[in-house]
Design a protein around this ligand. Structure first.
Ligand code: ZN
Ligand code: ZN
Length: 1219
């Protein structure tokens, strides 16, 4: 009888289906398992032997199957055996197989394992059998005749090796499910123990020679340790000696590959001692999956040896004869060491261990704590970076260990021993972080029941970590940045693979970190006490936070109005403003935040405020955006008002076109939110009623200096520019070294070289790549004057914008040399002699409209540019209209050149060209000037909107702006800007310095000088200031006697003197709408308004010893002048409600008051009291209109005298301080 029939007879099949099924089982085993078992034997294996083998195995398998199925005595015909190769090639989805589950058990399991966003693995009715064999580098593989598949196990017994097994419960994870590369095939996760298919495994194990001897001579850890450590100079005899040691596994270090050698070590312990066991033998690497912390083992035939590279004590090495016995119980000694304490939650409070060290950047160094922890992976943050979340709140970082062979999945339960606990190493991660080092043991104790493929990500960051070895806080920050940049830069600006390198570079420059020291892997694994890169970490609130452009803009917009109350926008004494004053004061306001300030925009639930960081590419504006440079990433773009340092060291508007196309990191910047409010509030009391707001909007932009940027990837032009500068600075060093002043220069050179080096390693995808023949013609020009951008109806505009209007501006420039033709775009390369060959300098007017108007932010007077027209060799295209091209033609007007949108302008910085800067005046010079058109530079100190109520709302909330500007002398000038037909330039903020070009100087009827914008005027922000410090650079001290005779208007000065007497004091309730006296209602018969404001005015005589002045006070300055507290002032307002107003005219101190009016009496007393007539320090402005000299008649006795009297100096008080 053949073995198949014997087999079928043993299981009485009920029905055809079972017979067929049983035959299939037999056939499968004969085909796939038996050849594997007889493999060592000659290939010409006996059919009979195979048949016997198949018969025995089939019987064994079916018995095991019957044992495992839920319903007894039924064959699981719905299950079929699958060969390893079929599993690998046909099963494309992750799945689970569990023979013993009933449907209900399966459903219950599904419920239990499901995680948010992750489905339970689908169940398949597949059976796996095969031999468990040792694979490469410690892998275990399930092998049959068709192939082999990697097995991951929770705990393996050495007894299972090379045995035919049946797997009753397993998961299969195909390679594509986890986005791994194609070399790594799928793998099987063994859940529970495999069922052995052959009888009598134990005796086979015990029978092997030598082992019994090894086991019987086994010693405890204490004895082994004594052998190792008690004799410091080990005798050669001890060193060669073999011992067998039993103990508890205390620690299993991760498997490492160093210089081609794969090894791992584990620690054995008893109650008091530990020994380290090194497993270097390639045939024992499979032990990694058999030993885990807490297991009692016996290891035989260990050799005492010295580990080269480790300066510590000797170590026990596994030999070729060594055996591992797990779950070992020694007959003599009871291994009752308590299992290591496992934490399942971490308490943040007791873990903070602060060291009093603080580094330069304000970061503190902390010590981590070593703990053991057990939990479930709930989130895979980044598989490639080795970052996970356990139990929803504890972070896990595995990056300091080699990559795990099996990636962790959400749902895996893990046990961690000797893991570092860190508290708040990085604010972008959970506060509690567990980080593993080379000494840590990580073991999966339950495989996840869910699939779910985390997005594929590269392991670039751990590779960089291995290479550069930075601290864990820095690494975590880099990982977070990298994940953010992947969203905001890829794919439009950057390739995915560049993100990791870019993030690392950014971290090094922001954290100012270089390469760390080398990791000493042996001492990290074996030294006691333990030290490793995770022992210490930095922490601090000042860690930069990266924001994408859209996130930044979004938060600024959302906070625009919520961050402010309207009453806070009013000047001091805002409650006394009339309707028009009130609404004008509210019409424009601005909020500026610096990137490093604590009050940055609130994003998420991050504790505290962190300095911000932006990354983006610098661009020219598009047609629809503001005429400023832009910073763009894949999420959005933001307008930027930028300045840079000019070659002479001063701040000026951005002029270097090489910045266009550079990918940069902006670390120091100011976020500006300008608020525009159209309102009609009758008075201060109505500010809480939104119905008076007719329109409100805001705009957001950034201000920064280009000098503070990190270039992450340079444009071709920037690379050229930096190259030229580097060369120049390099040659500078050799010259200057002789004068021993090299230090400064050297620093600049290294910075420049560093920039170039930094700039080279990341490539931006949008950079044009040079090469090939690209004909073009070019012309070198020097810009003399730039007009402002305006919406104009230009005939040349090919693409018609809204209503035929297109953005347009023109530039007056000097043509430095002839048109030169090139075979390849010279960009911003050095100026050649040929380009400078010219006898006389012609002028040209460049008209830039439509697409070419984008060059506006970079064209600055005094700078040299190379204008190139691509795809042509015809020099005529760059010759202005009106020039016929013939020689000797005289020109009477400057020719005009229409700049086409595909032409380029490159700023030329090399060789240094002699620039003739236009005459720029100061405020004082404008005030004293006689010319009608002026170009001047000044700092803004105040700005108000001029509402134009006649214009349509579409023209914007404010059609005009009045800027008050000043210079260092403290003299101020008012500048009126009309924006009804021009775009509204950003950056007109208090604190900023502006270059105002082609403005009209005018004199008012009262004799004051002011300036007005004309259509040709342009405004450029040349230097960025702090709005909060936009106060006069402390007004100069003035003597009244000197001030009275000096004929200068607009001067603000400080006066220190004594109040001589009050000339008058007027307090009144007046209508907020029309200003008429107010008593219950407005007294004007046309108005009859019911809203009123309290207004106060005072005039007094001040004497400082050099002269006298009449000083006016109003509004909020009056109560402190009178020395009245807020409550007194309010009482006074109430008391005046009934009568409406009061005017007090005390004539000197000697006045005797006999009035019956108690209020008048009170005020008279106040005005003449010593409290009021005191020493004061005032900041005053001289009123424009001073009275001219007049004749006065005096009587002395009987005689009359006529005398010429100089009228007193008239001053308006701006600020008051008691001396
Ligand atoms: Zn460590
Ligand atoms: Zn009125």
């Amino acid at each position: 009888m053949d073995s198949l029939q014997l087999f079928l007879d043993q299981f009485k099949a009920r029905g055809e289906a079972e017979t067929v099924w049983l035959k299939e089982i037999f056939g499968f085993i004969s085909e796939h398992l038996c050849p594997e078992l007889s493999e060592p034997a000659p290939l010409a294996a006996d059919d009979v032997v195979t048949g016997v083998c198949a018969g025995q195995l089939s019987v064994c398998l079916v018995k095991k199957l019957q044992e495992n199925v839920a319903v007894t005595h039924v064959l699981p015909v719905s299950y079929r055996l699958v060969s390893v190769s079929a599993l690998l090639s046909l099963q494309h989805l992750a799945c689970v197989s569990n023979l013993s589950w009933t449907t209900n058990q399966h459903r219950a399991w599904e419920k239990e394992v499901e995680l948010p966003g992750h489905q339970a693995l689908p169940r398949v009715n597949l059976l796996l059998i095969g031999c468990l064999k040792e694979g490469r580098a410690g892998e275990w593989r399930l092998t049959d005749a068709s192939g082999s598949v990697r097995c991951e196990c929770l705990s393996l017994s050495p007894l299972w090796l090379n045995r035919p097994v049946f797997l009753p419960h397993w998961n299969y994870i195909p390679h594509n499910a986890l986005g791994q590369n194609h070399e790594v095939r799928g793998y099987v996760e063994l859940i529970g123990s495999p069922a052995l298919l052959c009888p009598g495994p134990e005796q086979g194990f015990a029978a092997s020679p030598g082992e019994g001897a090894g086991l019987s001579r086994a010693v405890g850890v204490r004895e082994a340790a004594g052998l190792l450590y008690n004799s410091p100079c080990l005798s050669p005899r001890t060193r060669g000696q073999r011992i067998s040691v039993f103990g508890l596994v205390a620690s299993v270090c991760p498997q490492l590959v160093v210089a081609g050698t794969t090894f791992f070590c584990f620690w054995l312990t008893d109650e008091s001692h530990t020994v380290r066991v090194l497993v270097k033998d390639i045939n024992r690497q499979w032990w990694t999956q058999c030993v885990y912390v807490g297991l009692s083992v016996c290891v035989t035939e260990l050799r005492v040896c010295v580990l080269r590279g480790w300066r510590g004590n000797d170590i026990l090495c596994v030999t070729e004869q060594s055996e591992l016995h797990t779950n070992y119980t020694h007959t003599d000694t009871l291994l009752d060491t308590p299992p290591p304490h496992l934490m399942s939650h971490v308490d943040s409070e007791d873990c903070e261990e602060v060291e009093p060290e603080t580094d330069k950047a304000g970061l503190r160094m902390k010590k981590s704590r070593v703990i053991s922890y057990q939990g479930t992976v709930t989130q895979v943050v980044s598989d490639g970076a080795g970052l996970y979340v356990i139990d929803r709140k504890v972070g896990l970082c595995l990056a300091y260990q080699p990559t795990l062979r099996r990636k962790l999945r959400a749902g895996d339960s893990v046990e961690l021993h000797h893991v570092h606990f860190l508290y708040r190493p990085c604010p972008d991660f959970p506060p509690s972080m567990l980080c593993t080092c080379l000494r840590s043991s990580l073991r999966v104790i339950a495989f996840s029941g869910v699939g779910g493929a985390p997005p594929p990500d590269s392991g670039w960051l751990p590779r960089l970590l291995l290479e550069k070895n930075t601290g864990v806080s820095e690494y975590l920050w880099t990982c977070h940045l990298s994940s953010k940049l992947a969203h905001s830069l890829v794919p439009s600006l950057l390739k995915q693979r560049s993100v990791a390198v870019l993030s690392w570079k950014l971290m090094e420059s922001v954290w100012r970190r270089g390469r760390g020291g080398r990791r000493d892997i042996y001492s990290e694994m074996l030294d006691e006490p333990h030290t490793c890169p995770l022992s210490k970490y930095t922490t601090g609130p000042k860690v930069h936070q990266y924001l994408s452009i859209s996130a930044l803009i979004g938060s600024l917009y959302s906070e625009c109005w919520s961050s402010v109350s309207l009453s806070s926008l009013l000047p001091p004494g805002g409650s006394s403003l009339s309707r028009s004053q009130l609404n004008t004061a509210l019409a424009w306001s601005c909020r500026t935040l610096t990137s490093d300030l604590q009050d940055g925009p609130q994003t998420g639930d991050a504790p505290g405020r962190r300095p911000l960081l932006l990354v983006g590419m610098l661009e020219l504006p598009t047609q629809t955006s503001e005429p400023t440079l832009q910073l763009r990433d894949a999420t959005g773009a933001v307008a930027c008002v930028v300045t840079e340092t000019s070659p002479d060291g001063g701040q000026r508007a951005a002029f270097n076109s090489a910045w266009i196309g550079c990918l940069v990191c902006v670390e120091q910047f100011t976020m500006v939110t300008e608020r525009f409010l159209q309102s009609d509030f009758p008075s201060y009391q109505h500010l809480d009623q939104d119905k008076y707001i007719t329109n409100k909007h805001c705009r957001v932009y950034l201000q920064f200096s280009l000098d503070s940027l990190h270039i992450l990837s340079p444009s071709v032009a920037m690379a050229t520019h930096l190259g030229q500068r580097g060369e120049e600075l390099g040659s500078d060093v050799t010259d200057r070294r002789q004068t021993l002043e090299a230090e400064e220069t050297e620093r600049a050179t290294t910075a420049s070289r560093k920039r170039r080096r930094e700039a080279s390693s990341v490539t931006v995808t949008t950079n044009p790549v040079g090469g090939g023949f690209r004909p073009c013609v070019s012309l070198v020009i020097r810009v003399e004057q730039k007009e402002g951008v305006a919406q104009k109806n230009t005939a040349a505009a090919l693409k018609v914008e809204e209503a035929g209007l297109t953005r347009c501006f023109s530039v007056k420039a000097v043509v430095v040399g002839p048109v030169v033709s090139w075979g390849r775009d010279p960009k911003n390369g050095p100026v050649t002699d040929k380009e400078m060959e010219t006898e006389q300098e012609d002028k040209v007017v460049l008209v830039l409209s439509g697409g070419s108007a984008r060059w506006f932010p970079l064209l600055q007077p005094g700078c040299f540019y190379r204008l190139t027209a691509p795809n042509t060799q015809d020099p005529r295209v760059l010759i202005g209209r009106g020039v016929s091209g013939q020689r000797g033609v005289e020109l009477h007007t400057d020719p005009t050149l229409q700049v086409r949108s595909d032409w380029r302008l490159h700023t030329l910085t090399r060789p240094p060209l002699q620039a003739l800067s236009p005459t720029v005046l100061s405020v004082s010079e404008v005030l004293d000037s006689r010319s009608e058109m002026v170009c001047f530079q000044a700092q803004v100190c105040d700005r108000i909107s001029l509402s134009d109520r006649t214009s349509s709302p579409g023209a914007g909330v404010c059609a005009g702006v009045r800027l008050t500007v000043w210079d260092q002398s403290g003299r101020t000038l008012q500048v009126y800007l009309d924006f009804s037909h021009t775009p509204y330039p950003p950056g007109l903020l208090p604190g900023n310095t502006l270059l105002l070009s082609a403005f009209q100087r005018r004199v008012s009827r009262s004799g004051g000088v002011y300036c007005r914008s004309l259509p040709v005027s342009s405004i450029t922000v040349t230097s960025l200031g702090d709005a909060s410090s936009a106060r006069p650079p402390s007004a100069p001290m003035m003597h009244l006697g000197v001030w009275a005779v000096r004929d200068q208007s607009g001067i603000v000065g400080q006066v220190r003197g004594h109040v001589v007497c009050f000339l008058f004091l007027q307090l009144e309730w007046s209508c907020s709408l029309c200003g008429s006296p107010y008593l219950q209602t407005c007294s004007s018969s046309q108005c009859l308004s019911t809203s009123s404001v309290f207004q106060s005015k005072a005039k007094l005589v001040m004497d400082d010893g050099t002269g006298e002045a009449h000083v006016w006070f109003s509004g909020a300055l009056v109560p402190p002048l009178l020395g009245l507290a807020d409550s007194q002032w309010e009482g006074l307002q109430r008391a005046l409600r009934v009568r409406g107003h009061i005017r007090v005219t005390p004539r000197g101190r000697s006045l005797v008051c006999d009035s019956d009016d108690p209020l008048l009496h009170f005020l008279l007393c106040v005005c003449s009291s010593d409290v009021v007539c005191r020493q004061l320090s005032l900041t005053c402005r001289k009123t424009n209109q001073q009275r001219s000299e007049e004749m006065k008649r005096f009587s002395r006795g009987e005689r009359d005298f006529m005398t010429r009297v100089t009228p007193p100096l008239q001053l308006t008080c701006l600020h008051l301080e008691d001396v």
